[in-house]
Design a protein around this ligand. Structure first.
Ligand code: SAM
Length: 305
């Protein structure tokens, strides 16, 4: 089985970028009345303890959500700088999972999406997770919610499971709308190729869907090629796209022999809301200001199509 467990990484800078982009995209899509089908092909366990064994070991949230929350929600913080609305929205959502005020729980993408689902079963959420432990934990976590048939969890390969779900069923108003998040761990090299093959097939099945792909920015040819490949696929299908990257740079306290860990990642969005570029252009410089560490830090939002 995979050694990758998202609990080690929950709330790190990559989750911050991913979940801010996801929330901002959903907020826009939900301005329209019509129901949405939301699909998370690589769901993880759903909820993570930030004070648990896994996160103590990795402690990656300390360089992510914990740092951001500390900087932007400190009681004694000078009110000089306005926080970007997308960061504010994200921090509000995280805070709602931590009513005691201290940051103990981090919601993964299934719970971020569930939080935004609208009542009266207008929206549907489909979750895929193959890891036996994580999928059991996810089902148990989802089971605590009063979501009924609005949410379905499948212990199945998300790359395959998503295909028959598109195009989505029409909403009450007759329109078909879907958002798909593809967020593999890329531990297996073949994940890169599977992501682009999956996107190619999904755009063919449902050209108007909104597709969000998270990817690591690491010195590996497949990782380097993935955003380029996604851009080519979007351009060939004449679909607009957006690519947001955040690099927090090297930890200046690390010695030359320390493993640097993941320092940068990106979110590639096909058919992004027209507001997303400006939203992220306001948020990313602030993320860099608070999460950036040392050499190599940068942020960018590009778009096309
Ligand atoms: N999307 C989650 C979030 O934002 O909170 C994090 C997901 S984590 C990066 C990737 C997850 O995908 C892991 O829990 C792993 O077990 C699972 N996984 C790996 N291969 C998969 C596949 N082919 N189908 C579904 N899940 C898979």
């Amino acid at each position: 089985m995979f050694s990758y467990r998202h609990a080690f990484h929950a709330g790190n800078h990559a989750d911050v970028l991913k979940h801010i982009t996801l929330i901002a995209t959903l907020r826009h899509l939900m301005q329209k009345e019509a129901g949405l089908t939301l699909i998370d092909t690589h769901a993880g366990a759903g909820l993570y303890r930030l004070d648990g064994d896994y996160t103590e070991t990795g402690g990656e949230a300390r360089d992510g959500v914990v740092k951001l929350m500390g900087a932007l929600r400190a009681v004694d913080r000078p009110a000089a700088q306005a926080v970007s609305p997308a960061i504010d929205d994200y921090l509000d959502l995280i805070a709602s999972f931590n009513p005691s005020g201290s940051l103990r729980v981090y919601p993964g993408s299934p719970f971020v999406m569930h939080h935004l689902l609208r009542a009266e079963s207008r929206d549907r959420l489909k979750l895929f997770e193959v890891h036996p432990t994580d999928s059991r934990t996810l089902s148990a976590n989802i089971g605590q919610l009063e979501a009924g048939r609005q949410i379905a969890v499948a212990r199945q390969d998300g790359f395959e499971g998503v295909k028959p779900l598109l195009p989505p069923p029409p909403s009450a108003t007759g329109s078909k709308r879907a958002l798909v998040l593809i967020d593999p761990s890329y531990e297996i090299k073949s994940d890169y190729g599977k992501v682009s093959a999956c996107i190619q097939e999904l755009i063919k099945r449902f050209p108007t869907g909104t597709y969000l792909v998270w990817y690591p920015v690491i010195p590996r040819p497949e990782a380097h090629d993935l955003p380029r490949r996604l851009r080519t696929l979007s351009n060939q299908a004449q679909k607009p796209w957006l690519n947001a990257t955040l690099a927090i740079g090297q930890d200046p306290t690390h010695g030359p022999d320390d493993r640097p860990g993941l320092t940068a990642s990106g979110m590639f969005v096909i058919n992004p809301p027209h507001t997303l570029k400006a939203t992220l252009q306001a948020a990313l410089p602030q993320l860099l200001e608070h999460l950036g560490r040392g050499r190599g830090k940068s942020q960018a939002v590009e778009s096309g199509g």
